[in-house]
Design a protein around this ligand. Structure first.
Ligand code: SF4
Length: 244
């Protein structure tokens, strides 16, 4: 199988596994024995499938950031984390989503946005925007380790992790960044952002267009028509910008 026809299959498999997780499966339902001797597949963030030269360059830069981060213990969030959640998706994506920090599921698996909020984000990207999460976007957080009990990350923790976010975004060089919720918006803009008031507005981050929107977990908690429409409108603006 060539890498070009393996890519959509792997994307589909990934989405299927996310779907199973959201349905509550802890194992893959399977009636036949899996051949565990088959070639192992590394995580997306470490093994880009595109052979596009630019993507390879971005991917190399991103891998360098991940290597520099290493088994980071620069802040106290390292004390209780199981896995560092660096980010996942296409290193050459035009669109990057930046969230707040990993939750329990993400900490367990080392991948961003795979729990309930992740399912909602995938829905927004795939059903709402008509994009493919793994192929068309890259997703990461302002802190790479789970704050205990899902508390908000503290100022010092955000500041310590921020250089890696900056380098990540520089490596990817997307056309548009979407900040999900108040902590991500405030971190990227360097000021306290009243997100409900400022969502839907364009800003700039290091020369990249930055859209602020509601965090998917906020949307789940306050699942009103008004909030759904707000996120829908924000994503419409993002799509318009991506098409320019
Ligand atoms: S949150 Fe960031 S700075 Fe803190 S330990 Fe994790 S990776 Fe390091």
């Amino acid at each position: 199988m060539t890498s070009s026809n393996r890519e959509p299959l792997l994307t589909e498999l990934k989405n299927y596994l996310i779907h199973l997780k959201d349905l509550g499966y802890t194992e893959v339902p399977c009636e036949t024995k899996l051949n565990l001797q088959q070639e192992a597949v590394a995580p997306y963030s470490q093994t880009p499938l595109s052979v596009n030269k630019m993507a390879a360059k971005n991917s190399k830069a991103l891998t360098a950031v991940q290597q520099e981060l290493g088994d980071c213990t620069r802040c106290k969030l390292s004390n209780e984390r199981k896995n560092i959640v660096f980010g996942s998706g296409n290193p050459h994506a035009d669109l990057v989503f930046v969230g707040e920090g990993p939750g329990a599921d993400e900490d367990e698996q080392g991948l961003p946005f795979i729990g309930r909020a992740g399912k909602k984000l995938t829905e927004i990207i795939e059903k709402g925007m008509g994009l493919n999460r793994e192929k068309d976007t890259y997703i990461c957080n302002i802190v790479k380790c789970r704050p205990p009990g899902n508390r908000d990350p503290e100022k010092e923790e955000i500041a310590t992790c921020n250089p890696f976010l900056i380098q990540q975004l520089k490596a990817i060089k997307p056309k548009v960044i979407v900040a999900l919720g108040k902590p991500a918006s405030s971190t990227l803009l360097g000021r306290t952002v009243p997100i409900v008031k400022e969502r839907g507005t364009w800003h700039e981050y290091e020369g990249i267009k930055l859209m602020l929107t509601l965090h998917p977990s906020y949307l789940i908690r306050f699942y009103t028509l008004e909030n759904r429409k707000a996120v829908h409108d924000d994503m419409k603006k993002v799509l318009k910008e991506l098409k320019k």
